[in-house]
Design a protein around this ligand. Structure first.
Ligand SMILES: Nc1ncnc2c1ncn2[C@@H]1O[C@H](COP(=O)(O)OP(=O)(O)OP(=O)(O)O)[C@@H](O)[C@H]1O
Length: 314
């Protein structure tokens, strides 16, 4: 793995480094001025509203989409370099597989195409879901097909696993099993995982790193453990139907005034002193506030940030 400098701490390896990355389709920009770093070995949740640019970003990393602008490196290597190919596995929303091939044949193709194939791991994933090995892929349920697709991705033993809404059609038991498997994989092998999801509770359980995208731009990037404590949920008495003036020195992400009470999600700039109740928000509350308030300035934890103008560090 190529080593690059890590301004947020000790020297380390970046699984992804994006600088000014952008993708423009005929209708407009799907992703703009996207700059961030993702350290290797993390489980990164990619979150944002429909049409935010998540699949486009995964497409750029998996080489299915060509960038209009900017630079993207995978483990320090430019994404267009053939060296990148064997290092990642991508599981897209459409999970393309040959419908007429049986599950066993599909796994055999995986084995033939991938030199480091882990047949035991792939078979274990399929068998634990009672998916018949001799069934044609086209006859499987959506959840069973997802399981086979995940087995193909895991079997490749990638350094970087890219998953576009991987759990969407799994039942709660299968989802629980797959998330345990993903986390075990990441810990045991140091695999970096990037997964998009709309299920915030799932992201909270699984991910230790976050990339929040809205309207084609990065809104937050970095360690979940640092992003959340940078915020506070403040409630108290409103002043003249609005937030107390003393809160103005903090960055207000979202506010609600109901009757005489206010409730605000703020990024704290120093101690919060006032006659208010202050609570630590959950990750879900922070994400929802940011997704609802897209004008809030972007927030990066130190390691995630690549020097650009207009960004703020947690
Ligand atoms: N092949 C394409 N051609 C033209 N426009 C596209 C193409 N792919 C995506 N877009 C547009 O780019 C924007 C971002 O789409 P993208 O699929 O990346 O969003 P997303 O965050 O993955 O959304 P979702 O959560 O709905 O899957 C959208 O406005 C979409 O219409």
């Amino acid at each position: 793995m190529a080593e690059t400098s890590n301004p947020g701490g000790s020297p380390g390896t970046w699984a992804l480094e994006a600088r000014g990355l952008g993708k423009r389709y005929r209708r407009g920009w799907a992703l703009r001025d996207c700059s961030f770093r993702l350290p290797a070995g993390r489980i990164c949740g990619l979150v944002g509203p429909n049409g935010a640019g998540k699949s486009t970003l995964l497409g750029l990393v998996s080489r299915q989409v060509a960038a209009t602008r900017g630079d993207l490196r995978v483990f320090g290597v430019p994404v267009g370099d053939p060296e990148v190919m064997p290092r990642f596995a991508f599981l897209g929303q459409d999970k393309p597989m040959y419908k007429r091939f049986s599950v066993a044949e599909t796994l055999r193709i995986g084995c033939e195409l991938n030199p480091g194939w882990d047949a035991a791991a792939a078979e274990r994933i399929v068998r634990s879901g009672d998916v018949p090995m001799n069934a044609a892929v086209g006859t499987l349920s959506g959840g069973q097909r997802t399981r086979v697709a995940l087995a193909l991705a895991f079997g490749k033993r990638p350094d970087l696993l890219l998953l576009d809404e991987p759990m969407a059609d799994l039942d709660p038991l299968a989802r629980d099993e797959m998330s345990t498997l993903l986390m075990a994989e990441a810990v045991e092998r140091g695999t970096t995982v990037v997964m998009s999801s709309h299920i915030l509770a799932e992201l909270e359980d699984m991910c230790d790193y976050l990339l929040v995208v809205a309207d084609g731009r990065i809104r937050m990037a970095g360690d979940a453990d640092a992003l959340v404590p940078a915020h506070a949920l403040v409630t108290g008495l409103a002043e003249e139907g609005d937030l107390p003036a003393a809160l103005a020195r903090h960055t207000v992400i979202e506010k609600r005034v109901q009757g005489r009470q206010f409730r605000a999600m703020v990024r704290t700039d120093g101690p919060l002193s006032g006659d208010w109740q202050v609570a630590v928000p959950s990750l879900e509350e922070v994400l929802l506030a940011h997704l609802r308030s897209q004008d809030a300035p972007p927030l990066y934890t130190p390691g995630a940030q690549i020097e650009t103008e207009g960004t703020r560090t947690a």
